[in-house]
Design a protein around this ligand. Sequence first.
Ligand code: PMP
Length: 282
Amino acid sequence: MARIAYVNGSYVSTANAYVHINDRGYQFADGVYEGISIRYNKLIDLEAHLDRLWRSMDELAIISPMGRRPMAIIFNEVMRRNRIRDGFIYVQVTRGVATRDHGFPDYAKPALIVTCRRLNFDAVRQRAASGVAASTQPDIRWGRCDIKSTALLPNILAKQAAREEGAFEAVLVDKEGFVTEGSSTNMWIVKAGHLITRSTSDNILSGITLARIKEIASELDITIEERAFSVTEAKEADEMFFTSSTNCTMPIVKLDDKKISDGTPGPVAKRLLDAYFDYTDN
Ligand code: PMP
């Protein structure tokens, strides 16, 4: 664990970093968050992450405790103080401290915490070289999954269920049998060289890595169809993979008991992963 955290105006040792028991983030999960990866001391797609954080706050009428530039300075300072070259910054804004009452308080000051940790991207690459198993889990979340809210219990339960089945990630499935996204990732399949991924206007999180991979794919002349795909279609796909800031592009080689194609990572996911690392590392 990194030693220094930013908590509401101060840089403090993680061991002494506390929030108030009446913080609405703690009481109600009344807050939003972002996770940004750090490669060679650089925050990857920082502006897009700030855009999404501001959008999440706006949707919940949480007023940011500061502007984008001061917040970015804090991210860099947390990285610097913890000497993190490759890692992950976690940012959380909650509605703040108030006497417990479901309605919004009119006096609470939003609370901001920023923490970071090291992340070994070589290990991510190695994992991607062999691919991972995933398991389908029912998507029991709410109707506003576009908001990056800290209310993550359904995601946590799905991930835990997947782990108990020996899988690395949960593939969330709606009542009609269509894949929505992963517990903390966006899902893709490949069919006859085309990419297929659900539209981000369809009650899922608008992944920053997903947007980046879309751009990379169009540079590589790989076509993308934005539509929902079913579990059956995924199991019959040539390739399946997921994207997120910490997983980059991660091939799924087995979904439940079914191998995807021959059970090894496919060429399209590999090409996208290489191109993604070219982007983050240069
Ligand atoms: N979907 C969900 C539900 C997530 O929690 C995340 C990661 N925060 C993602 C997708 C991937 O988003 P990103 O590429 O911005 O990390």
